[in-house]
Design a protein around this ligand. Sequence first.
Ligand code: ADP
Ligand code: MG
Length: 698
Amino acid sequence: MSKRTKWDTKGDLDESKNLPIYQHKATLQQAVKDNSFLVVTGETGSGKTTQLPQYLHQAGFWSNGKIGITQPRRVAAITVAQRVSQEMHCSLGREVGYQVRFDDCTTQDTVVKYMTDGCLLREILADPVLSQYSVVILDEAHERIVYQNKWWDKASKGRCVPLKVVVMSATLETDKLSVFLGGCPVFTIPGRTFPVTSKFSCAIGPKDTESSVYVKEVVKVALDVHTSEMAGDILVFLTGQSEIEKACDMLYEKAESIDYRYDVQDHKVEGLLILPLYGSMPTDQQKQIFQPPPPGIRKCVVATNIAATSLTINGIKYIVDSGFVKQLNHNSRVGMDILEVVPISKSEALQRAGRAGRTSAGKCFRIYSPAFWEKCMPEYTVPEIQRTSLTAVILTLKCLGVHDVIRFPYLDRPEERFILEALKQLYQCDAIDRRGKVTRLGELMVEFPLPPGLTRALLQAASLGCEDLLLPVAAMLSVENIFIRPGHPEKQKEADKKHRQLGVQAGSCNDFTMLLSVFEKCKASDAPSAWCKDNYIHWRALKSAFSVETQLREILLRLQKRDFPMEKFDGNKSELFRRCLCTGYFTNVARRSVGKVFCTMDGHGSMVHIHPSSTLFDQEAQLDWVIFHDLLVTSRIYIRTVCPIRYDWVKDLLPKLHEVDVYELSSVAREEVTDEEVAKWVTKEAAKRQTEGSAEDV
Ligand code: ADP
Ligand code: MG
C-alpha cells in the first residue's frame, strides 16, 4: 500500500467520526439490543447505510449471525459494500460482502452483507426463519415493496435468538412505518444541513419534454456554473444511461475549449473532471465518483436519481436539476409496465437540491420554469408498488404461501386493479391456474430474475431442448443496451451501417435473432473487445451478458434436475425459435393495420410503430403479425425488439388474453391455504438463489 493511500484511509476514518450518526453510536447499539423492531430515520448522508451496520458489528451482533442490509438498487449495494469494507480494513467479499442479481461477492467469512431486496426475498423463500442472520436492516424503506409481506412474523418463530429488524428511511413517513411494525420505537438522527438556494430558469417549460432539449440545457448550465461559480463540485441529475453518456460527451467537448487563463471567481480552476453515474456502470468506474478531484480540478458527476437518496457524494456544492426521472410505470394507455421519463415530484426536487447543502451552503440550478413546477410536477412520488405491475411480487408472495394477495396487509396498498392485472398476466403465462394457485411452471418461473413472459419463453425452449437459442437472448435483454449510437452524426451513420451489416450477416430476420447472433459472434471471436469496438457494440454490456447467460443456465440446469416438462417439436429451427418466443410474448402481439402502423391485440388496441433501432424498421410493408419485447412511449408509441410471426402460432393462445375472468382468479386467491401446503412449498429444495426484479438497474 502506498503512503498516499494509507493517509487517505486515515482521512476517511476521521470523516466517518464526523458523520451526524456517530454521536448516537452507543444509543443505537443499545436500542437494537433492547428492541426487536426499530425505525431509524435521518437525512440522506447522515451515515445510516454505511455506519449502522458497522456499529452493530462492533457491538458483537455478528456472533449470533450475519448482519444483512438491503438496498433498493444494485449499484447502491455494491458501492456501499466497497466503502464499508475499506472502512473496516478488509477485502471486499470477506467480512463485508454484497450479493445482487447475477453477482455474489460473499464468502463464508461474510458477516456484514449488503444485498438487494430481491436477494433477501429469495433467502426468505429458502429459509423462512433467516437462521443465518441476527439482524436484518431494511434500508430506504420508503422506496420499496418487499417489506409488505411481513415475513418477519414468520421469521421470528422457530428461532433460538429472535431476529432483529431495523427499518431505515430518510423520509418523514416514519410514523407509518412504526405503526406497520406494531408501534416500535423511532430513532431520529438529528440532521445537520446548510441552506441551499434554488433558482428556476425559463429554459424548460411545461411543453419541453424532449430529451435532447433538456440535455443540452443541463450541459449549458453546468458549464456556466463551472466557469462562474466558486470552488465546489457539481452534481447533474438526468434520467438514464444514454442521456448521461450524451451529456458527458457534450460536456467533455465543450470543457476542452474553455480558456483557463483567467481564474474563476478568484480561485484557480484548471479543468473539469466529468464522471457519469448510472445503475449498470462497472464497479471500478463507480469508485472514482467518490474520490476527491485533484487540486484545481472541479468534479462534475452526471447521475441518475440514484444520487438523490441512495448514494452520497462528498464535496457537492452545486446541483443542476433537469427535472426529469426515469421511472417504471404502469401505463394504462398500453396496458404494460414501461420505463418512462416523467417530471419528478416536488418532494424529489427538494431532495435533489438538498444534496448541495451537506457540508456548506450550496446552490441548486433548476433548468425548468416555475410554471413547470406548478403544472407538471406532482407533490410526492407515488411508491413503486402503486404504479407498476406486480407480477413478480405476487408470484413470490404466492410461492411464499401468501394466497390472499388482495386482502394482504400491504404497507402501501397497490390499487386492486393492479393486483388483478398481475394475476391475469400470471395466469396467461401459466404461472397460476384458474383457481389462482401456483402451477408447476410457476414454481419454476419464480426462480428466474426475468419478466414472466421471457421466463415463459425460456422454459418453453428448454422443454423443447433448444434453450441454447433462448438463454443468450434472455441474457442480452437483461443487460444495458448493447448497441452503441454515438452522438456525432457521421459516426452515428457508420454505427448504423455496421449494425445493419451484422443483421444481414446473421441472416437475421428479426431483432431477437440479431441479439443471438451478436452474442454468438462475439463469443466466438478471438479478440472480442476489438470485435465489439469495430462493430459499435458495448463490450462491457456483452461481458455482462456472457455472465448472465451462464447464471441463467445454472438456474435452468438446477431446475432440470427436478422433473422438468419435456415436449417434442417437428419443424425448422427458425420456426421453433419464434414459436418459443410466442408462448411468452403472445401478450405483446401486434398486427399491421395501415402503412407503418401496427395495432396491438391485447384489448387496448394501441397504435404503435416499429422503433428505428429495429432491424425491421423500414420493412414494415412486408410484415403482418409481430411480437415485441417492450414499448417506448414518446410522442409516439414505439415497439422495440421485434419479431415477425405467423398468426397460426398465436391463434390458440390469443383467446387467453380475453377469456380470463380476473375476478374468478382473485376470488380464489382469497381462499385459505393450509399450513401443510405452505410447509410443503417451503421445505422444497431451496438451494442458494440470487435473483430479483428488474427495475433495480436504473
Ligand atoms: P445515509 O445512508 O444516511 O444516506 P451514507 O451512510 O450513505 O448515509 O453516507 C455517509 C457518508 O459515507 C457520506 O459522506 C458518503 O459520502 C460516504 N460514502 C458512502 N459511500 C461511499 C463510497 N463508496 N466511497 C466514499 N464515500 C462514501
Ligand atoms: Mg443510505
